[in-house]
Design a protein around this ligand. Structure first.
Ligand code: ZN
Length: 426
């Protein structure tokens, strides 16, 4: 623990920090020796010069804390997680037994993760779909009067797929509705913040490729996207395999999730059409990390490694080309624990070849700008929420340092977390 504390910003109290390094969530360079003033409702000022007296508490002439060795950065946005799943569990029988629980139990388990996420520095989660209403219930919990300590939660409710095709554990079928419009409308009516589509299958690890045809045609994706736009919402598409990725891109989705086997010409199209990419390395890397538990033989492991290496090459290219990269771990997938798995995802993006700053921007400002959440977080900028991380372990050396001791300020309230972290139930 540190030998100082950050005063909480309660009862209209303003806090004035001077930090050695500021990562504002969008800039390509760190900012040095910056003053930040905030209260519990938001950030009031960010600048190189000391704030004017009328922005401060009466009689305040000095910063509350002058921290030349510290880095301030926005709280992190996990852009792809499944709250209804427990990610840390590797045993497949236990995983399927877990999923057979009633929805209320899944929600109860998910609630235990909320404060842990905030303490880790994750201040917003875009849920990527469940058919049990867990994401939507958490979204309501956030909006309600009795909000516990929890990240902002954005949810699509049930994802949309075709009957009999991949995704039934998290999606509802188009065939249950009279039309594509009716299908999207049902999600909106249930409270969906955006619409999750499953236009493709998944990777066949044994063969090292996507072996099934895409489940949606380009025309279907396009119509689902257009209907969703008419409800003033975004779409995000589970898509792996270049044939299915092409359909998702041509259909006009807002982001490609996973995107394994994406081609360079497709990355160029994504850049030109402002389609973001959420590469989700963690679920595939976890298969490699736990080969024995998963029962994979040497051939499969070699397939997985090749896929991950290619994915890393594509990520670096995409970033250089100007594709908007957004960090999301697919937490809830086998081995990908909520929160901790997201930290791992950031490390994997760094390992792939992005700079730590590029990774941090993908988990903060790029994410919030592209995904257009209803609240303002993801940047250290006047008018944004007071939700940020303060650490003396510079994340510019490595994003792994975000795992170490840090302060998390959340609407002015201060949480301090150490190197060890209770990972039970994540
Ligand atoms: Zn997912």
């Amino acid at each position: 623990m540190e030998n100082f504390s950050i005063p909480p910003a309660t009862d209209g109290r303003k806090i004035w920090l001077r930090v050695g390094t500021l990562l504002d969530g969008v800039s390509n360079q760190p900012l040095r020796n910056i003053h930040v003033v905030y209260d519990k409702n938001g950030i009031l000022l960010v600048g190189e010069n000391p704030p004017p007296a009328d922005l401060l508490n009466p009689t305040q002439r000095e910063p509350d804390l002058d921290l030349p060795d510290y880095t301030l950065l926005p709280g992190l946005i996990e852009a792809h997680a499944h709250f209804f799943l427990e990610g840390g569990e590797l045993n497949l029988d236990k995983r399927s037994a877990y999923l057979k629980q009633p929805s209320e139990n899944l929600l109860k388990c998910a609630r235990t993760r909320l404060e842990k996420l905030v303490r880790l520095g994750v201040i917003s989660v875009r849920d990527a779909g469940d058919k049990d209403g867990v994401g939507l219930a958490l979204n309501k919990l956030y909006a309600g009067g009795q909000r516990p300590v929890m990240p902002y939660v954005d949810s699509p409710g049930a994802a949309i797929h075709h009957q009999g095709r991949y995704g039934s554990f998290m999606a509802g079928a188009i065939e249950n509705h009279a039309s594509l419009r009716a299908c999207v409308a049902s999600r909106v009516k249930a409270g969906a913040d955006r619409i999750k589509l499953i236009p493709t299958g998944i990777i066949n690890f044994k063969q090292g490729k996507v072996t099934t045809d895409p489940q949606m045609t380009t025309a279907e994706v396009s119509e689902l996207v257009n209907v969703t736009k008419s409800f003033d919402r975004q779409t995000f598409a589970h898509a792996s395999g270049d044939v299915g990725i092409e359909r998702a891109i041509d259909g006009g989705v807002d982001s490609i999730e996973h995107g394994f086997f994406v081609r360079d010409d497709q990355l160029a199209k994504m850049r030109d059409r402002q389609i973001a990419w959420v590469p989700t390395f963690a679920p595939v890397q976890e298969q490699v990390d736990h080969t024995e538990v998963m029962g994979w033989d040497a051939d499969v492991v070699s397939n997985l490694k090749t896929i991950l290496e290619q994915h890393a090459v594509s990520l670096v290219k995409a970033h250089k080309m100007g594709v908007q990269i957004i960090a999301g771990s697919d937490a809830g997938s086998c081995g990908v624990a909520h929160g901790i798995g997201f930290m791992y995802e950031l490390e994997l993006m760094e390992r792939a070849g992005l700079t730590p700053l590029a990774v941090i921007n993908s988990a903060t400002g790029t994410s919030s700008n592209r995904l257009a959440f209803k609240e303002k977080f993801g940047q250290i900028k006047s008018g944004f929420q007071s939700r940020f991380i303060l650490t003396r372990h510079s994340p510019l050396e490595s994003v792994s340092n975000l795992r170490k001791q840090k302060f998390v300020v959340f609407d002015g309230e201060v949480f301090e977390s150490g190197d060890s972290f209770d990972s039970i139930g994540l």
